[in-house]
Design a protein. Structure first.
Ligand code: 5GP
Ligand code: ZN
Length: 114
């Protein structure tokens, strides 16, 4: 998708601090970390938000969580715990219209979020 910053990160037009990549997903450090460990996991396919996910995308979305678990272990936050979250739409606080999953850890995370 033209003009999508995360598609530009996928195709290398915008640099990122890459954490993990395979044929379905890309993970990179969030530019404004909200926790000591804060990475984003995104499908390489442009999907605008959770609202746009279809049955066809099931494999990709399930894969995101398998990769989240793997990255959490690699970052050493698996034992203390972590959070995976996707903000959707205005009330959800979504600022980039390419579906993404925040993996946050390294400190005690408040619940419920503000
Ligand atoms: P959202 O607010 O949509 O849930 O999350 C978007 C996230 O993307 C934010 O945490 C923001 O810091 C991050 N972000 C926005 N632009 C860039 C960028 O160009 N590079 C990286 N690495 N992260 C970005
Ligand atoms: Zn995109």
């Amino acid at each position: 998708m033209q003009d999508c910053i995360f598609c530009k990160i996928v195709n290398g037009e915008i640099p990122s601090e890459k954490i993990y990549e395979d044929d379905m997903v890309l993970s990179f450090k969030d530019i404004e970390p909200a926790a000591p460990a804060h990475v984003l996991i995104i499908p390489k396919k442009h999907i605008s938000s959770l609202n746009a996910v279809t049955e066809e995308d099931s494999k990709i979305i399930a894969h995101v969580f398998i990769i989240a678990k793997k990255i959490a272990k690699e970052l050493g936050i698996d034992k203390d715990g972590y959070r995976v979250v996707s903000n959707c739409g205005e009330n959800g606080g979504q600022s980039v219209p390419h579906v993404h999953f925040h993996l946050l850890g390294g400190r005690l995370l408040k619940w419920p979020p503000g």
